[in-house]
Write a protein that binds this ligand. Structure first.
Ligand code: RIB
Ligand code: CA
Length: 316
């Protein structure tokens, strides 16, 4: 087996974060060194509690979990309770966590893990970039130990927030996102352009998960709650935004991408926190991100379903 890719998941579970975690922890291509939590979908206390419950449910008490900052670097915090509910993970019933929370903060955990790792580590943020941006400012000497930042966030073509042209993860902490996109660290960007269409179908596909076993049933129940609004507007399925960032690491051929120069807009009235891409290379800037724009939805669903089934195998 080729060497596993060492990663740290930085997330704000969050229904789609939970599915991303499930996928990451199931893959024999990834070595999840730990999970750090961000505030976004819900408060930091709730997203951290959810991360611990998810790992307990998946039988992964071995995975260190470190709590992140309670608010964005500069903006005032906001949550997405409308999409993820009061708990941040409304819908499925999950066990109480048993493994203790790490005594380190998220940023301290990332630093310690990078210092101790013999290999470069890939960071996989699927929530606001507060922890990652803070880490880059606080530990510049450890930047060379980062292989890549493979993030869910932004949108080159379509916006999705009350600010019009921005995406939630970037909107919550646009200054942290600017630190990331100007850091020089290799970036893979999974924006709404691709994640909105990387879906689990509302009916037949979702029922395949529900009947596939304990973990598949969990994913179906996450999709039941998270998919309410999408079903109401006639969207063809439930976008599993965050799992795209993990799926790309496991099988990048599921996606089509373009290397682009991407810049944060921190000043616009209606375009604040948008990720502006130079599609035609006319800005004079070299590309700073591999931007995924399309996915093979059937292969994406199969990857998720196979991951769910892998937990049903003996000793999984
Ligand atoms: O815009 C999608 C992002 O916002 C996802 O990370 C989802 O979890 C929500 O946080
Ligand atoms: Ca998220």
């Amino acid at each position: 087996m080729a060497n596993k890719i060492p990663i740290i998941m930085d997330c704000d579970p969050g229904h789609d974060d939970a599915i991303a975690l499930m996928l990451a922890l199931s893959s024999d291509k990834l070595d999840v060194l730990g999970v750090t939590t961000s505030s976004g979908n819900q408060t930091i206390e709730k997203t951290t509690y959810n991360a611990r419950r998810i790992c307990e449910f998946l039988g992964r008490r071995d995975v260190p979990i470190a709590q992140g900052r309670s608010a964005p670097i500069l903006n005032d915090g906001r949550t997405a309770a409308g999409a993820h509910g009061e708990t941040g993970l409304d819908g499925p019933v999950l066990p109480e966590p048993v493994a203790p929370l790490s005594p380190l903060t998220a940023v301290e955990f990332i630093a310690k893990t990078l210092e101790e790792s013999e290999e470069k580590v890939t960071l996989v943020p699927t929530g606001p970039l507060t922890n990652i941006g803070t880490f880059i400012l606080a530990y510049p000497h450890l930047i060379p130990k980062i292989e890549r930042i493979c993030l869910m966030g932004g949108s080159i073509v379509s916006g999705c927030s009350d600010k019009g042209a921005s995406e939630f993860n970037i909107l919550v902490d646009a200054y942290a996102a600017d630190i990331v996109f100007t850091s020089g660290i290799p970036i893979t960007m999974m924006g709404l352009d691709v994640t909105n269409f990387s879906t689990i179908g509302h009916d037949e596909e979702k029922e395949m998960f529900r009947s596939s076993g304990r973990v598949g049933k969990f994913v179906a129940e996450l999709a039941d709650f998270f998919g309410r609004g999408f079903k109401m507007i006639g969207w063809p399925g439930v976008p599993i935004h965050d799992a795209c960032a993990v799926a790309w690491l496991i099988d990048p051929t599921i996606f089509e991408s373009k290397d682009l120069y991407v810049e944060l807009d921190l000043n616009g009235e209606n375009t604040y926190a948008s990720t502006v891409a130079d599609f035609y290379g006319i800005s004079g800037h070299d590309p700073n991100a591999t931007v995924c724009l399309k996915s093979d939805q059937k292969r994406f669903v199969k990857l998720l379903l196979d991951a769910c089934k892998s937990y049903e195998k003996e000793g999984a």
